[in-house]
Design a protein around this ligand. Sequence first.
Ligand code: DP6
Length: 357
Amino acid sequence: MTTENFLSDAVSEHSSSGTVCWESPSNIALVKYWGKRGDQLPANPSLSFSLNASRTRTQIRFEPAKSGGFEFRFDGALKPDFHPKLEQFFVRIKPYIPFLDTSFLFIDSSNTFPHSTGIASSASAMSALALGLTDIERSMYPERFTDDFFFQKASFLARLGSGSAARSVYGGYTSWGKLNNRAKYSDLFASPIAPVHQNFQHIQDSILIVSKAVKKVSSTAGHALMQGHPFAQARFKQAQENHIRLQEILQKGNWDAFTDLVETEALSLHAMMMTGTPSYFLMSPESILILDKIREFRKTNQISCCFTLDAGPNVHFLYPDSAKSSVLTWIDKQLKPALSNLEIIHDSIGSGSVKIS
Ligand code: DP6
């Protein structure tokens, strides 16, 4: 598939109106997307799983614009820095959405998690919005859409809003970005990963929130700093290799190999931030304390579990369903007393986006 597959030569003569509503999850990357080029194309492939509880619900009302040109209004509990992203998103997707030119969109969006928790909402928000817009297009031109193409197009559009959002249109484990020697994966949109061993089918994610502050350096600025980074080529190669290895691990069900790889990925991401120019760090002393404690817990109790981090100080604590009661007891008895301001969202792998009727 190429970009042309997603273009539309339709003239926007449609004057229909209506409402669509989609809910889409946030996701957590295991192999990290870090660095991009061109029009939101990733420098390396990434692999994530979609969450269950952390979701955005977006309703779009559409009607012919009175002005004759594109207009939108956005009502949503999203951070102010989302607004410029939204403007840019519409500029980027215009060639691919025929009805946009003459439409007025009223967008109403809400998160199931408080937006002040420091959890990235742009992946779920852009994914829910892209699904809604693709659904409107499908209602106007049903003959263009198979089920597969519907999700591919939604993922393609979501990517133009935020790279990681491309992966959020699907549930379970998802991959985005070309893999050397594997034609199946694309830089343009994400695809689901299967089969996955039952050991990983119910993975849990307790999100340990140590800070709700706005990030010192945005992900978008962080991606840009990979251009000319002295370790960029080695990092992109590492991500390719880790992606291939992780797919094997997910198929075989090997938790020990999983913990090694996932922690290395998280630390490599932060190492890139610390070794670029200018350099910066997003982990806090509390993050490091938690990483240390998770490793200690794993060793002492011989329980498979590990940490990962996004571009921020909050820690995602990953473990199998079977370890849930031990982990929750440990969090209550050991972790909470050591960190007085800790907030936690207990989440797990989820089955993906849904249309709300
Ligand atoms: C560290 O998708 O937020 O979470 O494409 O500029 O919107 P933009 O960046 P974004 O970057 C996410 C980076 C990451 C890793 C990941 O999710 O793969």
